[in-house]
Ligand binder design. Structure first.
Ligand code: TZP
Ligand code: MG
Length: 216
């Protein structure tokens, strides 16, 4: 059994977070993409399926669980805490307009991690106070993956790092070209979505990014 404590330890060491977003990946390809991310050595993998019915999300989640070794990456589900137990996810991720951290924790299985998206310094501080185990901070740059959001810019990274103790994952428009600026701004941990999912060689791309993260 993986406990919350063990998951939190893994989370503290984590640097690279990948999201399997069904806006980029057809459901049939989700298991293969997940295997590629595991091979690449990412630390967290999230399932983000904004437009699929709950039954399809549950099915995809179970397939992803089967592809992610329990000693491997942390497996997070976006948005549906009530499915966390059924798919065997390690945690749940909620946004500003979703359930509170406490509600998400209560609905997910015991020991589940809860992450929360934040888009400003105030939201980052509030998410930590609310009890989030980690926060996402972004979008750092404009991104087609979340087109309606105004980018916060890299300057927010250092402000959040100074104000918040929970792990901060910077997200939005991050790729091998923008990563140096993100790291220079003080980021320790990043989420990469489209650049990873659209790469021709996902394990090699993970390796490249992990080397950049390690060198910082
Ligand atoms: N939340 C803030 S930005 C973002 C999410 C889910 C999308 C990031 O995607 P990409 O493709 O890495 O810019
Ligand atoms: Mg959400």
């Amino acid at each position: 059994m993986t406990t919350l404590e063990q998951r939190l330890q893994k989370l503290t060491r984590a640097r690279l977070y990948a999201i399997v977003d069904t806006g980029y990946v057809e459901p049939e390809r989700v298991p293969w993409i997940t295997e590629q991310l595991v091979l690449g050595g990412v630390d967290l993998i999230q399932l983000r399926a904004k437009k699929l019915p709950l039954s399809a999300i549950a099915e995809l989640g179970q397939k992803m669980r089967a592809a992610i070794p329990s000693a491997g990456p942390i497996f997070i589900l976006n948005d549906h805490p009530e499915l966390v137990a059924e798919i065997g996810a390690d945690g749940i991720h909620v946004g500003q307009d979703d359930l509170s951290v406490a509600e998400a924790r209560a609905q997910a299985r015991p020991g589940a991690l809860v992450g929360k998206s934040t888009h400003s310094l105030d939201q980052a501080i509030a998410a930590e106070k609310e009890g989030a185990d980690y926060i996402g901070v972004g979008p750092i740059y404009a991104t087609p993956t979340k087109p309606d959001y105004v980018p916060v810019g890299p300057a927010l990274i250092g402000q959040v790092r100074d104000a918040v103790r929970v792990p901060q994952f910077c997200i939005g428009g991050i790729n091998e070209q923008t990563l140096p600026e993100v790291l220079a701004a003080g980021a320790l941990r990043v989420v990469i979505v489209s650049a990873l999912l659209q790469s021709d060689d996902i394990p090699a791309y993970c390796q490249l990014v992990r080397e950049q993260l390690k060198a910082s």
